[in-house]
Design a protein around this ligand. Structure first.
Ligand SMILES: [Fe+2]
Length: 401
């Protein structure tokens, strides 16, 4: 199990994991994967100015010597298998909702692109359109959240800057509905999610695109983006909760975030939700320098940040909401055949409805819906999730028919 710890508590024998989190927003996270062998190595890492590190609690000498000690925490697999996932049965089937959601998602992308352009060029920004678009996002998420969630991951959008804001907005709103947040709160969440990184328009591209670790001076500039985003949106009639959602989305429950180092309940609730959605989308997005991470792995990284970065229970709720196999996941079955996840199964998240599409030799077969598997083993049980892009497959081609 992954766990994020303070670098001061790193000891020889711990196995360091590269979580995949970007150096841009986590520049003090040590991520050279492997077991730390000696006290000298620990001292060297700590002297490097790092403040945090992810370890795998089940690997390395440290894990072996600690077997049987410490409080029992559920593993990610156990957590994912627990229902309910905080969802109602959708009122509209996925294929039908996708027709509406595709238009909403495309319009959101246009608006995100326009706004980033306007902010960069210091042009006036009209908030009436994004406000009405967020209403459409909420309506779609209430009817069937899987439609917009699937679009976030399935379309091969290549411009991360535009898609990230839209995806964080969609994820936050959809997750917010499962938490029972009311209509006004969902509007605020959706807008704050859409604009959370608007302030990055004020950070030099050379810093945003830097492949290596940032210098303290460069990170100082990056740390300014939440506050800059707030400034760009101020005085336009937006609720204070939207401005705080933007300004505090990098603050952490334990007080290790930025720019203000707020902690606990001082971090606005919308900012905490946006923070979770932000990390999940960043990890599961394909970037120029990295492949998309499978959702299960990204949920594992978030699980390792629970309690330290997010309030108790929030990450667990998000994991149960997303489930191990979001709609559109491409999976290999126990039989060796390949299928897509067609409908989530909130009560039994490990056993969603599947659409069989390829035989064991990856030859297309006439698509057919499989009955939900009843056990973790068997021909129709999911053996592993795969990245469909690695096979040149777009699940949307199969899900809309
Ligand atoms: Fe950000």
């Amino acid at each position: 199990m992954l766990q994020k710890i303070d670098i001061k508590t790193l000891v020889p024998g711990m196995y360091v994991v590269d979580s995949g989190l970007s150096w841009l927003e986590h520049p003090y996270l040590y991520s050279q994967e492997g077991e730390v062998r000696s006290l000298g190595a620990v001292r060297e890492i700590q002297a490097g100015g790092y403040t945090e590190v992810f370890i795998d609690t089940e690997r390395g000498d440290f894990a072996r010597t600690r077997i049987g000690t410490g409080p029992q925490q559920p593993s990610l697999v156990e957590l994912l298998a627990r229902g309910p996932a905080g969802r109602e049965a959708p009122s509209v089937p996925l294929a039908k909702e996708l027709e509406t959601a595709r238009v909403v998602y495309r319009d959101c992308l246009c608006i995100a692109r326009e706004f980033l352009g306007d902010a960069k060029a210091c042009r006036e920004m009209d908030l009436a359109v994004p406000v009405s678009l967020v209403d459409a996002v909420i309506s779609s998420a209430v009817r069937n959240p899987d439609a917009l969630l699937a679009l976030c991951k399935l379309r091969s959008h290549d411009v991360y800057t535009f898609t990230h804001g839209v995806n964080v907005s969609v994820l936050s709103v959809a997750f917010g509905t499962s938490l029972g947040i009311g209509a006004q709160g969902l509007k605020e969440l959706g807008l704050a999610g859409l604009f959370h990184d608007l302030g990055k328009t004020g950070v030099a591209d050379v810093i945003l695109n830097k492949p290596g670790r940032l210098t303290p001076g460069e990170f100082h500039q990056v740390k300014a983006h939440p506050g800059l985003g707030r400034e760009l949106l101020e005085g336009r009639g937006l609720p204070e909760a939207v401005l705080r959602g933007v300004a505090e989305h990098h603050e952490k429950w334990g007080g290790t975030g930025y720019p203000a180092g707020l902690a606990g309940e001082d971090v606005h609730a919308w900012a905490r939700i946006i923070g979770v959605a932000d990390v999940f989308d960043a990890l599961t997005s394909r970037r120029a320098y990295k492949n998309a991470m499978l959702p299960t792995r990204a949920l594992g990284v978030l699980y390792g940040m629970r309690d330290r970065d997010y309030p108790p229970g929030l990450v667990e709720c998000f994991i149960k909401f997303m489930g191990p196999y979001p709609v559109g996941s491409f999976v290999r079955l126990g039989s060796g055949e390949y299928a897509f996840v067609r409908t989530s199964n909130p009560g039994r998240p490990l056993f969603p409805e599947l659409l069989l599409a390829f035989d064991a030799a990856m030859r297309p077969v006439p698509p057919r819906v499989l009955p939900a598997a009843s056990a973790a083993a068997g021909p129709w049980a999911i053996a592993e999730a795969l990245d469909p892009a690695a096979f040149g497959i777009d699940p949307m081609d199969y899900l809309v028919h």
